[in-house]
Design a protein around this ligand. Structure first.
Ligand SMILES: Cc1cc2nc3c(=O)[nH]c(=O)nc-3n(C[C@H](O)[C@H](O)[C@H](O)COP(=O)(O)OP(=O)(O)OC[C@H]3O[C@@H](n4cnc5c(N)ncnc54)[C@H](O)[C@@H]3O)c2cc1C
Length: 417
């Protein structure tokens, strides 16, 4: 449903309090049955619905969301997008996604505010520098942009960063992915929702899936707070709640759910034009278009569904920030929140079939799935539509935990979102 926006329509709508503002997507009641039901209205579920419709002509699709669109990790993340992963399988998948990001606003006809401002990963010791070298060379071998920065080049790239050698954790070098950056997270959910709706997908909010109907080893529908909805295929995209949904189908996932926290400062003038991450002092930071500093760190190590998190993580994060940027030491912080991330033992996602026929799963993106949103949706849609894993998704099948072909990306996902 496209709407032509001109300056006049904006003024008219502002003056009439947006009374006749056209909704970006419909709010239909669930139909009795669909070809595909997607559980979870985050970025991954919505992108999957969009690519099912666009790439495969499957439009009899419902996205069922228990709350509001993007109210899970999609609207809680710190929006870093990059493709600097170590192993070939991950590098290809995330690079495919990054290429989709580069034309996503045009494709969706919706500005997702993708800003390729560069992503810097700091090294504070020779040991870290060696690990960084290995990663940069591996990334370059996959044809993906990645380069080294000396402390002097780093100072030039980001003058407010404290690179003096007399600090507790001196910076000895860094890597830079210039095509990395940030995007507006809500806009990604809204853009995919609007574009999927325009192709006929039903997006149904406030509709929680409470059970899965499995007959003779095959899924036939979902029980929801708005009644039973039949489905030829069911696709799970619920991030931190993946284990809960799969338990409804009678199998376990190698997933543990943890809180990942983020916080933002009061808005200030533009001072930080790039994304800086440090795995050692344990913080990463960028500046939003509103002027707020956006900060994150590692997960709270205990399991939880609480979306809150504990104060020590926040304290460490702020200590780390002021170690790297003394200029921020008197800044006030406005808001803190948490999201439930779904982490796999090898810090890589699961995309593919499940032991139940016609039931598919997409999860395990942990602390880093926002950047994968378009790529994940694309390969998941292919897997659902054709019943065969997309070549980029094949290495990430659930079977890898049986055959032992793990893709260990802990180094890439530690703190460098
Ligand atoms: C604080 C934080 C910072 C992060 N920073 C980054 C970052 O900088 N870069 C990056 O790449 N990634 C980051 N991530 C990770 C990223 O946010 C996630 O991997 C990604 O957004 C997952 O998207 P999703 O669509 O799978 O999940 P979600 O957006 O969580 O969507 C899942 C949806 O499923 C719904 N749902 C759950 N159970 C049910 C049910 N029973 N019935 C119906 N609906 C249900 C939920 O309400 C939710 O809306 C961060 C995460 C957090 C929490």
């Amino acid at each position: 449903m496209k709407q032509s926006y001109s300056i006049f329509s904006l003024v008219r709508n502002a003056l009439n309090y947006h009374q006749d503002w056209q909704e970006a997507w419909r709010s239909p009641d669930p139909k009795p049955a669909y070809d595909v039901v997607i559980i979870g209205g985050g970025g991954h579920g919505l992108a999957t619905a969009y690519y099912l419709a666009k790439e495969h002509g499957i439009t009899n699709v419902a996205v069922l969301e228990k709350g509001w669109l993007g109210g899970g990790n999609t609207g809680r993340n710190t929006t870093v997008v990059r493709s600097n992963y170590l192993w070939d399988e991950s590098a290809h998948l995330y690079e495919f996604s990054l290429k989709l990001w580069e034309s996503l606003s045009q494709d969706l006809n919706y500005n997702v505010m993708f800003s390729q401002r560069g992503l810097v990963s700091l090294a504070h010791s020779q040991h870290e520098m060696q690990a960084l070298r290995r990663r940069v060379y591996a990334i370059q071998l996959n044809g993906i942009d990645s380069e080294f920065l000396t402390p002097a080049q780093l100072k030039e790239w980001c003058p407010i960063l404290h690179v003096a050698p007399d600090t507790r954790y001196p910076i000895v070098g860094a890597s830079l992915q210039r095509r990395g950056g940030v995007a507006r997270h809500d806009a990604v959910a809204w853009g995919f929702a609007r574009a999927a709706d325009a192709r006929g997908v039903d997006i149904i909010q406030n509709c929680e899936v409470t059970g899965l109907k499995v007959e003779n080893g095959r899924v036939t529908g979902v029980e929801t707070t708005r009644g039973f909805v039949g489905a030829r295929k069911v696709a799970i995209a619920v991030a931190g709640h993946s284990s809960v949904i799969c338990a409804m189908a009678g199998f376990r996932l190698p997933i543990s759910s943890h809180v990942l926290q983020a916080l933002v400062s009061e808005p200030i003038k533009p001072v930080l034009h790039t994304v800086i991450t440090s795995g050692l002092v344990h913080v990463y930071v960028s500046q939003s278009d509103k002027g707020e500093l956006v900060l994150g760190a590692g997960i709270d190590t205990y399991n939880s569904y609480s979306q809150m998190g504990s104060p020590p993580i926040v304290e460490n994060m702020l200590n780390a920030l002021t170690e790297l940027f003394p200029i921020f030491s008197r800044l006030r912080f406005l808001r803190q929140w948490g999201g439930i991330v779904d982490t796999c033992p090898d810090a890589s996602p699961i995309i593919g079939k499940t032991p139940v026929e016609n039931l598919f799963v997409n999860c395990g993106w942990g602390t880093g799935g926002f950047k994968a949103t378009p790529g994940s949706g694309f390969v998941y849609a292919h897997t659902i539509a054709t019943g065969t894993p997309h070549p980029l998704a094949a290495p990430f099948a659930l079977e890898r935990f049986h055959i032992g072909y793990l893709i260990d990306e802990h180094g890439a996902s530690g703190v460098a979102h």
